[in-house]
Write a protein that binds this ligand. Structure first.
Ligand code: SAM
Ligand code: SF4
Length: 340
């Protein structure tokens, strides 16, 4: 039997790679554009992909639907800033109708949530991650190069008011930029009933702001900092992502660590990523990819070649990433193009 096209007990086809990892999670980047310019994510003068090269919303839906038909049960919409894509709600509404989709999530910088939180909930988004690296307006401006913290804070309030199953904060921590705020960020999240994950910066693309090795601040260091203020109890829980979680002072809300450098998470990798141009990336830290845009456009009415291309892509999913902060970036695409 071809492993990649096997069926699990429920009869749903499964996607299994050459290292026996079951792929159940698709992240879709709906645009590489963004209303912010975070210093760890992109350079200030970044050139975006011409709009004509992006998958249309209909094509994005087609790819998402076929992944769900092949057993993917979790989709995260990301970018760039997904909520800046014109008419993007149409895609949320369509994907939200898919029967096999059990977990439908969004990663956003929050600036447009004031407007979109309620329609997103209505479309079926059940969990939402909002990026917030600092609580100070001046630092927010420095880190995002152009953002007003008020918009993101209002967006967080709007998401909380709508009542998603979970709202989580994502914070990228950089030494000398925001490392002294980790305890405050945890308090901010806990006070509002949110989880928070701390993320180590990954060397994706040239960002023209800082030397990544000198601003590296490890998850272990953050944990030690937090232990000065809080009782941190490790848990075995997973949200289907790469984070390791702790509970704080017995509270139900968690603190997670996404640590590509200090704790490699590739062994349990269950995901693939679709870029806004329709390139299926098999690994965040490697260039192995399949051009699904070509397949979708060559076969506008027949989904079978698309399904076969997805099944075949499992053969080239690499064992893991090889991030090295001391070397020049070997991955030239930025996080906004990858769909972080
Ligand atoms: N614009 C949305 C946002 O900021 O949440 C979604 C896209 S953004 C690329 C997704 C996540 O990737 C964010 O939490 C962001 O902080 C994180 N990110 C961006 N560049 C990164 C990098 N070089 N290393 C680690 N995380 C990064
Ligand atoms: Fe935009 Fe998100 Fe990248 Fe910041 S991290 S520049 S908000 S895509």
């Amino acid at each position: 039997m071809n492993k990649t096209s096997g069926h699990h007990e429920s009869g749903t086809p499964t996607l299994i790679d050459n290292f026996d990892r079951r792929i159940s999670y698709l992240r879709i980047s709906v645009t590489d554009r963004c209303d912010l310019r975070c210093i760890y994510c992109m350079s200030e003068d970044i050139k975006f992909v011409p709009r004509s090269q992006l998958l249309t919303l209909e094509e994005l839906y087609r790819v998402g639907k076929n992944f769900v038909d092949l057993g993917v049960s979790k989709i995260r919409i990301t970018g760039g800033e997904p909520l800046t894509r014109r008419n993007v709600m149409q895609l949320f509404e369509q994907l939200g109708q898919l029967q096999g989709l059990k977990d439908f999530t969004l990663t956003t910088n929050g600036t447009l949530l004031n407007r979109y939180a309620a329609p997103l909930k209505a479309a079926g988004i059940n969990r939402i991650n909002i990026s917030l690296d600092t609580l100070r307006a001046d630092r927010f401006l420095r880190i995002t190069r152009k953002g007003d913290i008020r918009a993101t804070l209002d967006g967080i309030d709007a998401a909380l008011a709508v009542g998603f199953d979970r709202v989580k904060i994502n914070s990228v921590i950089l030494k000398h930029h925001n490392h002294d705020e980790v305890a405050d960020l945890v308090r901010f999240a806990q006070d509002r009933g949110m989880d928070i994950s701390f993320i180590e910066e990954m060397p994706l693309g040239f960002v023209g702001d800082h030397d990544r090795a000198t601003v590296y601040y490890s998850s272990d260091q953050i944990l030690m900092d937090l232990q000065k203020y809080y009782q941190m109890t490790p848990t075995n829980e997973s949200s289907g992502g790469p984070a390791r979680y702790y509970r704080v002072n017995g509270s139900p809300h968690r603190v997670g660590f996404i640590s590509p450098h200090s704790h490699n998470f590739c062994d349990t990798c269950n995901r693939v990523r679709l870029t806004a141009e329709g390139r299926l990336l098999l690994c965040l830290g490697q260039e192995h990819s399949v051009d699904l845009r070509r397949v979708v456009r060559a076969h506008p009415t027949d989904d079978e070649p698309l399904r076969q291309a997805i099944i075949d892509s499992m053969q080239i999913k690499p064992k893991g990433h090889e991030f090295d902060l001391s070397a020049k970036p070997v991955i030239f695409r930025h996080m906004n193009a990858t769909g972080g």
